[in-house]
Design a protein around this ligand. Structure first.
Ligand code: DC
Length: 221
């Protein structure tokens, strides 16, 4: 495979696990585009910027230095020289990231950065708008989905491993809120790209989803 694989879908649909494994199989770099929106959100919270004030967020973004590089099979980044690591996955960031990702100025900047990553090598990129807005010309587009109850169960299991105090119903409510903001925003909302392979992973294991994605890519040449 030479180029870009786009994997979109709602939160906790299994995109990260699948995209990482597909990247490994194809010897391509894995890109978590949501992490970039999370990095900006983390920086805003750290600096006390109002995450609902788009002018303030854009002012901060103009002063921020985000640098991207390939490491261990994935594209990572630093914000003003620091790697935020797991600090981009806190409840505070989960809550604030969808409003920030809905700001048109933020999206224009992030899409530019994501497109520039092609210089680093072949990419498997996961997100919400990769097949629709970032790389609409790639022939390899996938849309992963699963029933909301299954997504809440998976995310709760993941979070329980990091000793989250939230129960499954609260995790489900938080996912629902983010899905609603992500799919109803004006600019590049979450939607199925034309010609995307749609995969419902509710009753599939990750191995089966990865195999389905790789088979489709092989068929596309
Ligand atoms: O995949 P995630 O949960 O880490 O994404 C964090 C947020 O960023 C989520 O609200 C959706 C948004 N996002 C987006 O708007 N476009 C992308 N390509 C990736 C993520």
């Amino acid at each position: 495979m030479n180029g870009i694989v786009a994997i979109d879908g709602p939160a906790a649909s299994g995109k990260s696990t699948v995209a990482r494994r597909v990247a490994l199989a194809l010897d391509a770099l894995y890109v978590d585009s949501g992490a970039v929106y999370r990095g900006i959100t983390w920086a805003a919270l750290e600096r006390g910027v109002d995450v609902y004030d788009s002018e303030a967020v854009m002012r901060m973004l103009g002063l921020l230095s985000m640098r991207f590089s390939a490491c261990d099979g994935a594209v990572g980044f630093t914000v003003d020289g620091a790697a935020p690591g797991n600090a981009i996955r806190t409840h505070a960031v989960n809550h604030a990231v969808s409003p920030i990702a809905a700001m048109p100025g933020v999206r224009i900047q992030v899409v530019t950065w994501l497109r520039e990553m092609v210089a680093l090598g072949p990419l498997v990129m996961e997100g919400r708008d990769i097949g629709t807005a970032v790389f609409p010309d790639t022939p390899h587009k996938f849309y992963l989905d699963a029933l909301p109850e299954e997504r809440a169960r998976r995310r709760h299991r993941e979070m329980a491993e990091s000793q989250s105090p939230l129960d499954e119903a609260a995790v489900g409510a938080s996912l629902k809120r983010r899905d609603l903001i992500d799919s109803s925003r004006k600019m590049d909302p979450l939607q199925v790209a034309p010609n995307a392979h749609r995969i419902d992973s509710t009753s599939m294991c990750a191995d089966d989803v990865v195999a389905a994605v790789l088979a489709a890519i092989e068929g596309e040449g």
